[in-house]
Design a protein around this ligand. Structure first.
Ligand SMILES: [Zn+2]
Length: 417
């Protein structure tokens, strides 16, 4: 069976025929080149308006990289035509196996992009004998196609979050869709200012933003402001996972400070190596950590009192009614304010300020996937960790859409992998 026959089975392009396949001994490594030419009398398509137009002249031969065969690089070789279009003037033709200025055929582009979901980009490049740049361009092409063909019309619930992505306090703002059925990354922006999140609404369009019924975020002020202004009809929910995070940070602060004070006073170092038994939920503790915690609880330390406040706060999430949850929250805040532990008082003040948004959690939890933001957050960290070289915003943006965007792919093409 000849290569031509296989190509005609898996990738036939109307108006074009494959000619001969030949073995090319290049300086670095061998390759297979397969000629392709227009059918006799076939008219070229203008790349400006995608209509047939009369020929103008011929350009040089171009090589389009195709899916490798048995580890050997494969190229389609084609002499590009230019057309004289009535609407667009003299233009280069549009060919069906590649788009725009891409040196990669669309088949190879999707091939690389699919592998880049399973392996790191540098591994994909190494295995298939291509460059990191080609893998990036393939993923970029797949993401652009996917975002152009995905539907963003019926978004009911979003989760907004900030993520640190480079050392030195560089942040990304990410917006997820967290409706019951549809969970995906919708948008990534550089920084975490009001301006950043406004960029999301600008991208989505105000008409679609007006349909959003739930918005979930942390207590970061710029997000609170933009959601209130630009998505005013949405019920705004403060994320449970972020409140727990803030609480843990406060405990950590109290513990570190108290450990220092005790050490300076030359007291028994009960607080050393206690960090994790205070931050983990009791049921997740190892035996050793549990013993350590029991030990600690015998001392009347600020850290212990803060810890007990934190653990007590967990009961909030168990309430079925908004009214009772509200009463519990108020009572908790009063106790925290009386604790004379500044980081806990700070939390209590902030919880009081955002009381409505916290109680909205109870109104929304049956309707949207509130836990999804935390799950996405973990996947996002995996993606950023897996590939170094993601120091440019454009690259991290593309990588995240590719991994978490749940983007569509064209149908009807042969699946190589
Ligand atoms: Zn045209």
């Amino acid at each position: 069976m000849r290569l031509k026959v296989i190509l005609n089975r898996i990738e036939k392009h109307a108006g074009f025929v494959y000619t001969e396949a030949r073995w090319v001994e290049a300086a670095r490594e061998a390759a297979i080149e397969i000629g392709i030419r227009p059918r006799v009398g076939g008219r070229a398509m203008c790349s400006g308006c995608e209509r047939r137009a009369p020929g103008y002249d011929l350009l040089g031969e171009r090589r389009f990289e195709y899916v490798p065969l048995w580890g050997i690089a494969v190229f389609l070789v084609y002499t590009m035509r230019r057309v004289e279009c009535r609407r667009c003037g003299v233009r280069v033709e549009k060919v069906p196996w590649a788009s725009g200025k891409h040196q990669l055929t669309s088949s190879y582009l999707w091939f690389l992009a699919r592998w880049a979901r399973r392996l790191s980009w540098s591994e994909v490049a190494r295995i298939f004998g291509t460059s990191w740049g080609s893998v990036f361009r393939a993923v970029e092409g797949a993401v652009e196609w996917g975002r152009a063909h995905a539907s963003y019309d019926a978004i009911e619930a979003i989760g907004v979050d900030e993520v640190q992505w480079r050392r030195g306090h560089k942040y990304l703002t990410v917006v997820y869709e967290i409706s019951g059925q549809c969970r995906r990354l919708l948008w990534v922006g550089e920084h975490r200012e009001e301006q950043t999140l406004r960029g999301f609404v600008a991208w989505l369009g105000t008409a679609r933003a007006a349909k959003i019924r739930f918005a979930c975020s942390d207590m970061w002020k710029p997000y609170l402001n933009v959601i209130a202004q630009m998505i005013p009809r949405a019920i705004h929910v403060l994320d449970r996972f972020h409140i727990v995070q803030t609480m843990n940070k406060a405990i950590d602060e109290v513990r570190a400070k108290e450990a220092r004070t005790l050490k300076e006073a030359g007291a028994d170092p009960v607080l050393t190596h206690s960090r994790w038994c205070l931050l983990k939920r009791p049921r997740n503790l190892t035996d050793k950590q549990e013993n350590r915690l029991q030990d600690l609880l015998q001392h009347n330390l600020r850290t212990v009192r803060a810890y007990l406040l934190k653990e007590d706060f967990q009961f909030l999430w168990g309430y079925a009614s908004v009214g009772w949850a509200g009463r519990f929250l108020d009572a908790w805040c009063t106790r925290a304010m009386r604790s004379r532990i500044e980081p806990m008082k700070k939390i209590a003040r902030s919880l009081r300020t955002h009381r409505t948004l916290i109680l909205n959690w109870f109104r929304a939890r049956q309707l949207i996937a509130l836990g999804a933001v935390e799950g996405f957050n973990n996947k996002l960290k995996l993606t950023t960790r897996r590939s170094y070289g993601f120091r440019v915003f454009r690259v991290i943006e593309i990588a995240l859409y590719h991994a978490l965007g749940n983007l569509p792919e064209p149908e009807g093409t042969h699946r190589f992998c």
